[in-house]
Design a protein around this ligand. Structure first.
Ligand SMILES: *Cc1c(COP(=O)(O)O)cnc(C)c1O
Length: 384
């Protein structure tokens, strides 16, 4: 018997029964009073999750669509842009900006490490004429399991007027992000990561400084235009037909997050990270990210030498119906990634660690059964 699948990807993540039920309803008029009320509630709720009093718009889109929308609305062709990359998603943000005509200068940090705010500070301080119009950065790079210290990056920018634009698709609601307090100008996210929803809904928050820049923006866009979006939001509508079922789900998911409490939610994710990392170390495996920058949303683990990570994932799926993520690009078959964001419980992670031990031993890895699980249990005894 296979039972329910344990989906431990860094997106899509498991969807709670409450959200599934909330979505299972008939359609309504997206220009009518019922939708107006839902849109009002979810916009307020999502603002709370972002810790912003500024603007939030939602579009039918994956996360990448929101990254593109951010570029199209806030970066003009010819603008100089500083793109900070620590992995696949930082590279993607830079590539989108190139595609939309920006003059992109990229700063790459080694995969597995966070961006060094000191390096960014140096570069920004050299830009005396304020040629740089925007700094693009990933909040949590899902390819490596590393998060950037966005607060420190903003501080490193000092009073340079460039917009700080953050891809927080896998960060928001799993890794701390305080939009207004940290003076983030634009931050995008998506539904299928920590928001506990199916894929398909993109979130974009931007402040009034970004809106001023937008008013002089010369890039091409129609569907993504935030001026249109804001105009319709005033009427309690979206510019174009919204994914109504996902809005039902978002309403329930946001209620769940606020019931849990946003601080508790972040503490829970920290607990998952520390528990999983401790257990993995106790199994004698090597973690891809160092302790200082280790993501609370997912953990990337080197497969033992001689056993590729894809074989581990295959066994876990076939024997236990557990889905782990592989490595992307050069990390394919080198690392596997355990997603622990959104609707995941300690119990799920204990099961996964136990199944991982059996899998590794069966594949020839030298390990005492229970070594990692014991560490996880001890962690929970101390931290519950
Ligand atoms: C998942 C993710 C995205 C967007 O991916 P989509 O497949 O377009 O939803 C962007 N950035 C990061 C950091 C992500 O984790």
């Amino acid at each position: 018997m296979q039972g329910d699948q344990f989906l431990l990807l860094p997106g899509p993540t498991p969807v709670p029964e409450r959200v599934v039920r909330a979505m299972n309803r008939s359609m309504i008029n997206h220009r009518g009073p019922e939708f107006q009320e839902i849109l009002r509630e979810v916009t307020e709720g999502v603002k709370k999750v972002y810790h912003t009093r500024h603007n939030v718009l939602m579009y039918p889109s994956s996360g990448t669509g929101m990254m593109e929308a951010a570029v199209a609305n806030f970066i003009s062709p010819g603008d100089k842009v500083l793109a900070i990359s620590i992995g696949v998603f930082g590279d993607r943000f830079a590539e989108i900006a190139v595609n939309f005509g920006a003059r992109v200068e990229k700063i790459d940090f080694p995969w597995g490490q966070a961006a060094d705010p000191g390096v960014i500070k140096n570069r920004i301080e050299q830009d005396k004429n304020h040629e740089i119009k925007a700094v693009l950065i990933t909040h949590n790079d899902t390819s490596t399991g590393v998060f950037n210290n966005i607060k420190a990056v903003r501080e490193a920018m000092g009073d340079h007027p460039a917009l700080l634009m953050v891809d927080s698709v896998s960060g928001l609601a799993a890794v701390e992000l305080r939009m207004d307090e940290w003076r983030i100008d634009v931050a995008v996210s998506g539904s299928q990561k920590a928001f506990m929803l199916p894929p398909g809904l993109g979130l974009m928050a931007f402040n009034d400084r970004a809106l001023q820049v937008h008013q002089h923006n010369t890039n091409h866009r129609f569907y993504w235009d935030v001026t249109k979006g804001l105009k319709y939001l005033e009427k309690g509508q979206t510019a174009f037909t919204p994914p109504i079922a996902l809005f039902y789900g978002l309403q329930e998911a946001v209620r769940m997050m606020l019931e849990e409490g946003l601080d508790n939610l972040l503490t829970r994710h920290k607990r998952y990270r520390d528990m999983v990392r401790g257990a993995i170390k106790a199994m004698g495996l090597e973690l891809f990210a160092g302790d200082a920058a280790a993501s609370t949303a997912l953990t990337a683990v080197y497969a033992p030498e001689n056993i590729g990570s894809n074989q581990i994932r295959k066994e876990m799926l076939e024997k236990y119906n557990i889905v782990l993520a592989g490595g992307q690009q050069s990390l394919d078959n080198v690392i596997f990634r355990i997603g622990h964001l959104g609707y995941v419980r300690e119990l799920d992670l204990l099961s996964v660690l136990a199944a991982l031990e059996i899998t590794l031993i069966k594949l020839g890895y030298n390990l005492t059964p229970g070594a990692g699980v014991k560490k996880a249990q001890e962690f929970l005894l101390d931290n519950y």
